[in-house]
Design a protein around this ligand. Structure first.
Ligand code: BG6
Length: 311
């Protein structure tokens, strides 16, 4: 019985990489690799996987794990001179045994604190000292919460961009819609980051999409019609939201992604991209993501987006 297992278990994952399993008494669970500080699994209390992880994911440095929740830091995408999405996602993180306290005390037992500090080699790539602390918590209802705290431990200011590159598992991408981003401005990565305004209804999918929505609300919903499941994403400190699906052609060009897997995933990424975060010496930034699911009985046109967004 999963209820008898400890709320936090340290074990080995693929290729002997260190992994932490979080369990909540009602049966939900999450898995976190120290490689990348990367959540690779989030299951509800029925044992159903809620995140997408490619069957072709490569669990070997320097490749980032394809799926789950990669951390993009200190650079999102190609918005700078560093490697795509920065290097935090392909570095080995450590367990943070004595993290600074959070302002609110939580009674959750299923959580882990990780820390990432730059190595000498990392400092050659990006010459700034910092402590990046990541707390990953599985809440009593099976909600998954990630809190990043990045502190400038350097003598000069620095700026960075960031994303929780979440891969959601969906039944069929053609049956999915995203609510909360309608009418917003976005930068289109498929059109040289040109700025457009989203028109009309909720966002649905019929071809490759790679957009950075700007000034997004703190709550975004992903409705999976076939699964009758709605993911609710709540975020704080992260004004932007990337929506990405590679579709057929790009999927085929990716070595660590199955040809048809684009049908069963959607990335909606809570991010800070358009306006980089600047930290003065000693300052700390906090970025929070909370994921939950609610059953949805969506049938075309019946669901009032406002109701989802307020619920
Ligand atoms: C998305 C970007 O966040 O990540 C896309 O907007 C990119 O442009 C995708 O293709 C995957 O990136 P990567 O480096 O993990 O293959």
């Amino acid at each position: 019985m999963s209820g008898e297992k400890p709320p936090v278990e340290f074990c080995k994952g693929v290729n002997g990489l260190e992994k932490v399993v979080l369990r909540e008494v009602r049966g939900s669970s999450a898995e976190v690799y120290l490689y990348g500080g990367h959540v690779t699994s989030w299951k509800n209390d029925h044992g159903e996987e809620l995140l997408f992880l490619s069957t072709k994911a490569i669990f070997k440095p320097p490749k980032a794990i394809r799926g789950g929740i990669p951390i993009c830091f200190p650079q999102f995408g190609s918005h700078g001179n560093l490697e795509q999405h920065g290097f935090a996602r392909n570095r080995l993180w450590s367990i943070d045994s004595d993290p600074p306290p959070f302002p609110t005390v939580s009674s959750n037992k299923a959580f882990i604190d990780l820390i990432f500090k730059p190595s000498e080699d990392d400092l050659k790539l990006w010459p700034h000292s910092y402590e990046f602390r990541l707390r990953i918590t599985l809440g009593p209802g099976g909600d998954l919460m990630l809190t990043s705290r990045i502190r400038n431990t350097d003598g000069k200011p620095f700026s960075f961009t960031f994303a929780y590159h979440t891969y959601f598992s969906v039944s069929d991408i053609s049956e999915v819609r995203v609510e909360g981003l309608e009418t917003l401005d976005y930068l289109d990565n498929l059109k040289a980051k040109e700025r457009f305004t989203e028109q009309g209804d909720a966002i649905t999918f019929e071809s490759e999409v790679d957009k950075i929505y700007l000034g997004t609300p703190s709550k975004i919903a992903i409705l999976d019609h076939e699964k009758k499941r709605t993911f609710v994403l709540r975020k704080d400190g992260l004004p932007d939201a990337v929506v990405w699906n590679p579709w057929e052609k790009k999927a085929k060009s990716m070595a660590d992604f199955g040809d048809d897997e684009y049908k069963h995933m959607l990335c909606v990424e809570a991010a800070a991209i358009e306006k980089p975060i600047t930290l003065k010496p000693g300052e700390e930034w906090k970025g929070r993501l909370e994921l939950s699911t609610v059953p949805s009985s969506y049938r075309s046109g019946q669901l009032d987006p406002q109701r989802v967004l307020q619920g």
